[in-house]
Design a protein around this ligand. Structure first.
Ligand SMILES: [Zn+2]
Length: 252
């Protein structure tokens, strides 16, 4: 039965992944509700359902638009795959328990943010607001830790990042601050810190590789949202174990 449900979550993740790509691309341009049908951003031709089957359409069309032959960026099928695989692994790791809902909510939020931050360097307020409401509903329906823990996590995320923004003069943006506030609200202070430091380490590694290879210049703005997303997922799934290891190693 696990195999059947794993496959179900894989397909669900692929379908949602495709939808998250659309949300991440359209919401920052304020056209999420304006145009119902998906369209090619180059030739503006409306796409039919068989152009939009996650992953399969991309492979079948040879990574190009059917109408104008414009290349479709690899990011989109890659995000669909990541979404499918991460939905499936969330189910395998957590099973049918309430935390699975929180995992899927975080995955959805982070997926949308990666797409919009990579494309526009924006973490849209309305996406954050929408998921704040959903996470709030989750917290009300599933008692998990104290409300003070959530409020403290949110405050540490917001105030801590605001201080970093002031000290670094633009190292991070207001969107990163609000996202870390939301992560703190969802996971609490300890896991927020694990998420934040994981994001910093990954960001520093990737940034130095890109700088050395000349792909980015020193003063070029760099989207930090995808690293917060990756750090949050690491923290959600293994933050407690990482904290335990760290405390055992250095304090006991
Ligand atoms: Zn086209």
């Amino acid at each position: 039965m696990t195999i059947v449900f794993s496959f179900y979550f894989l397909v669900l993740g692929l379908l949602f992944g495709s939808f998250f790509n659309v949300v991440g691309l359209r919401v920052p341009k304020r056209e999420f509700l304006k145009r119902k049908r998906s369209y090619c951003p180059k030739c503006l031709h409306s796409l039919s359902w068989f152009d939009l089957i996650p992953l399969i359409s991309y492979l079948f069309l040879g990574a190009r638009c059917r109408y104008c032959k414009q290349r479709i960026p690899l990011l989109y099928p890659l995000m669909e795959c990541t979404s499918g695989i991460s939905f499936m692994f969330s189910y395998i790791l957590l099973g049918f328990q309430p935390r699975l809902v929180l995992a899927l909510l975080l995955l959805s939020l982070l997926h949308i943010i990666i797409v919009s931050d990579l494309n526009y360097m924006i973490i849209p307020d309305n996406v954050l607001g929408f998921f704040f409401v959903l996470i709030m509903v989750y917290r009300i329906s599933v008692p998990s830790g104290s409300w003070w823990g959530s409020l403290l996590g949110a405050s540490v995320g917001l105030i801590g990042t605001a201080m970093i923004i002031m000290l670094s003069r633009g190292g991070m943006g207001g969107g990163d601050m609000k996202l870390l506030g939301l992560v703190g609200f969802a996971l609490g202070t300890k896991l927020l810190l694990v998420a934040f430091f994981s994001a910093i380490v990954m960001g520093a590694i990737v940034c130095s590789v890109l700088l050395r290879s000349g792909l980015i210049s020193r003063h070029q703005p760099f989207p930090f949202g995808p690293f917060i997303a990756a750090g949050t997922l690491i923290s959600f799934f293994s933050g407690a174990k990482m904290m335990e290891w760290y405390i055992n190693r250095f304090f006991l």
